[in-house]
Design a protein around this ligand. Structure first.
Ligand code: ADP
Ligand code: MG
Length: 323
């Protein structure tokens, strides 16, 4: 079992940023309004994710650390209509297999919470504990028992940049949740959770940049594109300012990046990568989110149709701005 978890961990837990992503997605699935992430040394030595979500009762907390113990898929039909971000029941046991892990949680209807401590996959403590309603997970000494993996990590500065990037993207996907990142005791990211995408963009990129965003609003049949693209001078030398969501999930896709690039370059000379926050809503039976263990890639049943819709959405926003 521990070996299986270590192997599964290789798929789910590549680096501190993947731990943060899995934990924050769990917090989102638990209907949190406020999620705080604290990291030390790029998350290599310490990660804490605290939320104000629904929490778990003692029995569910015990289940949660077992493999394939998802609470999110009850029937085979659920697999075809996945609303939650997680659905494999692999993240917590995988992370706990390769770190020193603690889980403190309290369900809203329970007077007391539960504390579980796991080191390298072995449960070392389990007891009642006080806590506000919600869940806190801490992950220390990531990969302490898999040195080959630990060696593969980059510097703390690079690892924290990955975490900052992924949390920023999640914050844009969910402007209704207040998300905070504390890096080596310093707050480096904080959104307000107003529900307005523009507010989240302002928190991340500053009010000046947010004032220069062009709204997207385009539909083609049952494909709907909303979000913002930056005015043409708002560019970066990489794609770090580009965020995509499909049905509320952050994803990345070469095909979509190409649609965005093509729309810009049909009007403007190539001069970097524009700011873009592009949100695609499409019927769930026309998109497969299950193609990648880290769930960051998707497959559309009609790739061309989505490409065209993004291209046209961006083009018309740029044309409208030109007047
Ligand atoms: P999955 O998200 O695929 O279901 P995980 O291993 O990430 O699997 O989590 C296992 C289970 O633990 C979840 O299905 C959920 O019931 C519970 N859980 C995990 N994190 C939280 C959280 N922050 N708040 C409430 N429940 C949680
Ligand atoms: Mg999960």
């Amino acid at each position: 079992e521990t070996t299986a978890n270590k192997i599964a961990a290789g798929e789910v837990v590549e680096r501190p940023a993947s731990v943060v992503k899995e934990l924050v997605e769990n917090s989102i699935d638990a209907q949190s309004h406020f999620i705080e992430v604290e990291i030390v040394d790029g998350g290599i030595n310490y990660i804490r994710v605290s939320d104000d979500g629904i929490g778990m009762c003692a029995a569910d907390a015990r289940l949660a650390i077992l493999r394939h113990a998802t609470s999110k898929i009850r029937t085979a039909d659920d697999l075809y209509n996945i609303q939650s971000l997680g659905f494999r029941g692999e993240a917590l046991p995988s992370i706990a297999a390769v770190s020193r892990f603690t889980l403190t949680t309290r369900l809203h209807s329970e007077p007391i919470g539960t504390y579980i401590e796991i080191q390298g996959g072995q449960v070392t403590d389990m007891r009642e504990a006080g806590r506000n309603v919600g869940t806190t997970v801490t992950v220390s000494d990531l990969f302490f028992n898999t040195p080959a993996r630990r060696k593969f990590l980059k510097t703390p500065a690079t690892e924290s940049a990955y975490i900052h990037d992924i949390l920023g993207k999640i914050a844009l996907a969910r402007p209704d949740i207040a998300i905070k990142l504390i890096n080596n005791k310093r707050q480096v990211l904080a959104t307000t959770g107003t529900g307005r995408l523009l507010d989240a963009a302002a928190s991340l990129y500053g009010y000046k940049a947010a004032a220069e965003l062009l709204p997207l609003d385009y539909s083609d049949g049952d494909i709907h594109i909303t979000g913002y693209v930056g005015k043409p001078h708002l560019v970066k030398s990489s794609r770090q300012w580009q965020t995509w969501t499909v049905n509320g999930r952050t994803i990345s896709s070469r095909m979509l990046s190409k649609a965005l690039d093509n729309a810009y370059h049909s009007l403007l000379p190539k001069n970097g990568f524009p700011l873009a926050i592009i949100q695609i809503v499409i019927p769930s039976d026309k998109v497969d989110v299950n193609v990648h263990p880290q769930k960051s890639e998707v497959k559309f049943s009609d790739e061309q149709a989505v490409f065209r819709a993004v291209y046209k959405a961006v083009l018309s926003a740029l044309q409208a701005a030109k007047g």
